[in-house]
Design a protein around this ligand. Sequence first.
Ligand code: ATP
Ligand code: MG
Length: 207
Amino acid sequence: MPGLYSAAMTSTQVLESPLVVGRDATLGLVKRHIDDARSGRGSLLLFAGEAGIGKTRLIRAALRQAATLGFRRSKGDLAPQDLLVPLGSIADLARSMDRAEFGDLAADLLAMKGGKGGDSLASRRILVHEISDRIVAAIDKPTAFAFEDLQWADELSLEVVGELARAATDLPLLLLASYRLRRHGARHDPDSRDRPAGSARCRRRRP
Ligand SMILES: Nc1ncnc2c1ncn2[C@@H]1O[C@H](COP(=O)(O)OP(=O)(O)OP(=O)(O)O)[C@@H](O)[C@H]1O
Ligand SMILES: [Mg+2]
């Protein structure tokens, strides 16, 4: 039956198991942070480690877990070229916001990003505060934001994430972030951001 056969072959789907292997302690930590955020004491969880060690996997698991407990969520992704894009991480976070859940927040953030104010040091700080204040004002229910691959974030995005982390302690706001560290033994590059403050490193799983 050629008709049936070709119909079956044209439909492809990638299925990924949500199982996170060997990370029970970290998942337990994530659960505690989700519970704390739900009761209004949010935080920033930063997963730092080498490429492929499972940072994205953990962030996805954390977002899924938060969603089952009623959190709305959004995620900002970055690529290497975004280092040169002012507020790239925040723009991507805004773009992935569901309007039904976040209302005008995404549109407001994208409009602020496109506005003036990023040139002098003082105006940069004003812009960072305007953006973080707008986000904070919208956190009236449990919310999880993920910032992936912050090693490629521009300075303004990092400043906004820093302000949100400060504010999160009094809000139902869980911030998740990933940061790729260089391979052990790689040549030191003085320009690379390889030591983020306050990072919780992912340790390699035992075989
Ligand atoms: N604990 C784990 N359990 C199951 N699969 C895992 C685990 N950790 C990593 N993986 C799998 O290994 C691959 C790489 O993981 P992942 O993409 O999360 O790494 P990463 O640390 O985000 O890497 P990068 O720095 O390149 O973004 C993926 O296919 C992921 O599903
Ligand atoms: Mg990743």
